[in-house]
Design a protein around this ligand. Structure first.
Ligand SMILES: Nc1ncnc2c1ncn2[C@@H]1O[C@H](COP(=O)(O)OP(=O)(O)OP(=O)(O)O)[C@@H](O)[C@H]1O
Length: 324
């Protein structure tokens, strides 16, 4: 992981950035930096301004106010700044009837990269066996890796990605994250918009939290990734006939001083909010209790909030003025 104390000048610095997208929405007063080899995630609720921020940094939008510097240069000087930036859009089509080799070699030319990079790049993405396959025939994960290696062909200092693993299956997701981790190790700063906790855990060293165009202050990466961890359980009844007994039993557990703080009805079962504290063993204990009470369960798991859930909770806490 990048150690900000050893970091040189940032590959990206954003200060007091503001941009109005439409009469209802504006990004305001956004400040952060990305060091070489550092991963910074931009997270937020839907419509919070993540893509807008990514497009501003990538030079696709011109900010109304504030300052963006990529390796010390403003994105408005596109001729100078483009060599420092690699950008992977959220969804990008690949051409028909073009092989991996032809496509990557063409991209190397377009980006004025060394032609000798071809072998290194397809090895980096583990795509050697597909070099003569059509790009459109590759799996979603391999297509995404192809976009990434093309985006870094000219050895940029900063790689910008909008939701890098959205739509990929878990294996493809892990392979892509591995590729991005190896780029970080080589010193590439990575800025990415994300909806996924596993992307944060794999790539982020810090986080920019947006809500309705505002940057939420004091929301650390640690707080975000640990928020809601083991704070609720979901128990699913084995079938419709077992649902009413499960509700009845759950309500009985939610007594003052009991193991459950509140009970909510969810599809096929109940969500049980737990009191503050570590709940490593609570799942097993409650399943044993339910079993002893004669209940039939289909599944039991700790509830995993989405990043949007986490941001909403953090914003509520900030608004209450009691964020630790
Ligand atoms: N081209 C546009 N014209 C008008 N409004 C836009 C445009 N692009 C974005 N918006 C609006 O700006 C706001 C921020 O959008 P943005 O796409 O940046 O959010 P986001 O955080 O990336 O959202 P999501 O998580 O849903 O992808 C939204 O209210 C959106 O409707």
């Amino acid at each position: 992981m990048a150690d900000p104390t050893n970091a040189g000048p940032p590959v990206l610095s954003v200060s007091r950035l503001a941009h109005r997208v439409n009469p209802e929405f504006a990004l305001r007063d956004v400040d952060f930096a990305v060091a070489a080899g550092e991963g910074v995630a931009v997270i937020g609720t839907n419509g919070a301004g993540k893509t807008t921020l990514i497009r501003l940094v990538a030079g696709l939008l011109r900010p109304a106010d504030g300052d963006i510097r990529v390796c010390g240069t403003t994105p408005r000087r596109w001729g100078q700044v483009s060599r420092h930036i690699g950008y992977v859009q959220q969804a990008k089509d690949l051409p028909d009837g073009v092989t991996v080799e032809t496509y990557v070699k063409h991209q190397l030319k377009l980006r004025r990269a060394e032609p000798g990079r071809y072998e290194e790049l397809i090895a980096l993405a583990d795509l050697e066996q597909y070099r003569h396959h059509y790009v459109r025939s590759l799996s979603g994960g391999s297509q995404r890796k192809l976009h990434v290696i093309c985006a870094v062909a000219h050895r940029p200092d900063l790689l910008i990605l909008d939701e890098p693993t959205t739509g990929l299956d878990p294996t493809a997701r892990e392979t892509l994250l591995e590729l991005l981790r190896s780029l970080k190790k080589d010193g590439v700063g990575v800025l990415f918009a994300s909806h996924h906790r596993d992307e944060l855990l794999a790539l982020a060293d810090s986080v920019v939290v947006l809500h309705q165009g505002h940057q939420v202050q004091d929301a650390s990466l640690d707080a975000v990734t640990r928020w809601g961890e083991r704070s609720s359980l979901i128990l699913e009844a084995f079938g419709e006939a077992h649902l009413a007994p499960l509700h009845h039993w759950a309500a009985q557990q939610a007594t003052p001083g009991g193991p459950i703080r509140a009970v909510h009805t969810v599809e096929h079962g109940v969500k049980l909010d737990l009191p503050d504290g570590d709940h490593q063993d609570t799942l097993a204990a409650l399943v044993a209790r339910a079993h002893a009470a004669g209940l039939a369960l289909r599944s039991a798991s700790y509830f995993q909030p989405t990043l949007a859930d986490v941001v909403r909770s953090i914003v509520e806490q900030v608004e209450l003025g009691d964020l630790a």
